[in-house]
Design a protein around this ligand. Structure first.
Ligand SMILES: Nc1ncnc2c1ncn2[C@@H]1O[C@H](COP(=O)(O)OP(=O)(O)O)[C@@H](O)[C@H]1O
Ligand SMILES: [Mg+2]
Length: 262
């Protein structure tokens, strides 16, 4: 995957985007010939920016995220990222035979962190996701929310500049999800990471993002985007969050009606 570097006036190299998606289309083979899932998508994520990608189920959000992750190739168009992105999914995908700490250390090992530094770094990352003292816990001893915290720590262990998140909190209860929204916002602000976060939940999209990008369905296209100026930390029940969510929901409903899929 290409990394685009721009030369600054002082001769140092600076990256002008965390991810750049240019005129990307994706088709899959279907029973009646190729099925166009994504159609001419262009989208940039700036360094340090938090973008949510919002759309109805089946509109192609995961397909697009997988392309950005380099897990699949676009049928047309170009994607470049600032280094290799870290990934986090709805299913935590932790190794059940390893402890929380060892799951994180494995990511550190794969990232080339020397053996002697791994334990301390894993403890630091557990503290960052507020799981201090859970180093020796096995996956089955952790609640759903705690597993996602470990999964987040493991993603952060990759030391990537771009974090790709695919509905990571969708399976959690509302209160746990709320707490993890706060944690993610805090960690994003502390680390300066760029985040591309996929969700079908309008309020979640508005709660988290600096920019919400709405995808239409069949095929997925960028329907509209909103810059969210509401100061952080936000709460999902804040009036400005609710108001903007309502506006976006109306547009999303229009998209769904237009495609007659529900
Ligand atoms: N590997 C694949 N082969 C064929 N069709 C696929 C494949 N992956 C996704 N699709 C189709 O692409 C569409 C978008 O899927 P997906 O990206 O998972 O949507 P979302 O994440 O928005 O719910 C769906 O119709 C799905 O069936
Ligand atoms: Mg999906």
């Amino acid at each position: 995957m290409a990394t685009t570097l721009a030369k600054a006036a002082d001769g140092t190299q600076s990256v002008d985007h965390a991810a750049r998606i240019e005129h990307v289309s994706k088709s899959f083979a279907g029973p009646a010939g190729p099925q166009l899932v994504l159609d001419d998508i262009s989208l940039d994520v700036a360094p340090g920016e938090f973008v949510t990608l919002l759309g109805a189920s089946g509109c192609g959000k995961s397909t697009l995220l997988n392309l950005v992750a380099g897990l699949d190739a676009p049928s047309a168009g170009e994607i470049s990222t600032d280094g290799r992105p870290a990934l986090m999914f709805q299913e935590h995908a932790l190794f059940p035979w390893l402890t929380a700490g060892k799951n994180i250390e494995l990511a550190l090992k794969l990232g080339g962190v020397p053996k002697n530094d791994r334990r301390d770094r894993a403890e630091e990352l557990l503290e960052l996701v507020r799981l201090k003292g859970s180093y020796g816990k096995r996956v089955h001893e952790l609640s759903g929310g705690m597993r996602q915290r470990v999964a987040l720590a493991r993603a952060l262990a990759q030391d990537a500049r771009l974090l790709l998140m695919d509905e990571p909190f969708a399976a959690l209860d509302a209160i746990t999800r709320d707490v993890l929204h706060d944690e993610l916002t805090r960690i994003w602000a502390e680390t300066g990471l760029s985040v591309l976060f996929v969700t079908h939940n309008v309020r979640e999209a508005v709660r988290l993002a600096q920019r919400v990008v709405l995808l239409s369905s069949r095929p997925g296209r960028v329907a509209r985007e909103w810059t969210v100026g509401i100061p952080q930390p936000r709460r999902i029940e804040d009036a400005p969050v609710a108001e903007l969510s309502l506006e976006i929901t109306e547009v999303l409903r229009g998209e769904i009606r237009r495609h007659g899929q529900h």
